[in-house]
Design a binder for this molecule. Structure first.
Ligand SMILES: CC(C)(COP(=O)(O)OP(=O)(O)OC[C@H]1O[C@@H](n2cnc3c(N)ncnc32)[C@H](O)[C@@H]1OP(=O)(O)O)[C@@H](O)C(=O)NCCC(=O)NCCS
Length: 164
């Protein structure tokens, strides 16, 4: 029923699909139903995508063999005065990842994660960070891919991985 998938670099016209994946990330919890418009305009989330694709933005799109995007991972440098949930310092880009619900648990997320770490390394970044709510299973995925918890909040943790 499912075909295979491959990855490619994200480009400016992928902004709409990245928006879909940002909504998936915001609504990760079963039953999460925050409407697209609300997520994409919220102060917490719009900073991860507004104005895509800026100079330092990079991303990967996972594409099914039929050419349809099925998942994405991207990173962005956020300033100290408008940090993301996973901000750890100047020069450390923050990662966002989401996979279409029908394509989850098929290796897309892990493939994207490995690819985006390689991309960050190739772009000269020594570290990459993310933020994850503590009860999201994705925390285990990140840990298994070399991310370590560097800060614990009430509900969410910041995780960082060295790219080298
Ligand atoms: C988190 C997410 C990106 C992972 O992508 P994915 O394609 O489903 O992940 P993979 O198929 O590569 O699976 C990675 C590992 O997680 C495990 N896993 C997948 N779905 C799982 C689930 N629902 N519960 C527990 N473990 C799960 C897999 O078994 C796999 O481990 P393994 O390699 O040891 O078998 C994707 O599920 C998603 O978009 N979730 C909603 C949005 C979200 O939570 N984003 C992250 C916010 S920080």
């Amino acid at each position: 029923m499912f075909s295979g998938f491959s990855t490619r670099r994200a480009t400016q016209p992928d902004a709409v699909f990245l928006g879909d994946m940002l909504v998936e990330a915001a609504n990760w919890r079963a039953g999460g139903v925050r409407p697209r418009h609300e997520v994409l305009t919220s102060a917490d989330h719009r900073r991860y995508l507004a104005g895509w694709k800026r100079a330092a933005d990079e991303g990967l799109i996972a594409v099914g063999d039929d050419g349809v995007p099925v998942g994405a991972a991207w990173y962005r440098m956020l300033p100290q005065n408008e940090p993301g949930f996973g901000y750890v310092g100047a020069g450390v880009p923050e990662l966002i990842i989401g996979v279409h619900p029908l394509w989850r648990a098929r290796g897309v997320g892990r493939t994207l994660l490995r690819g985006i770490v390689e991309l960050a390394s190739a772009q000269g970044y020594a570290r990459i960070s993310l933020s994850v709510e503590r009860d999201n299973f994705a925390r285990n995925l990140y840990r298994s891919e070399g991310f370590n918890v560097t800060a614990e909040g009430l509900m969410r943790d910041t995780m960082v991985r060295r790219t080298g």
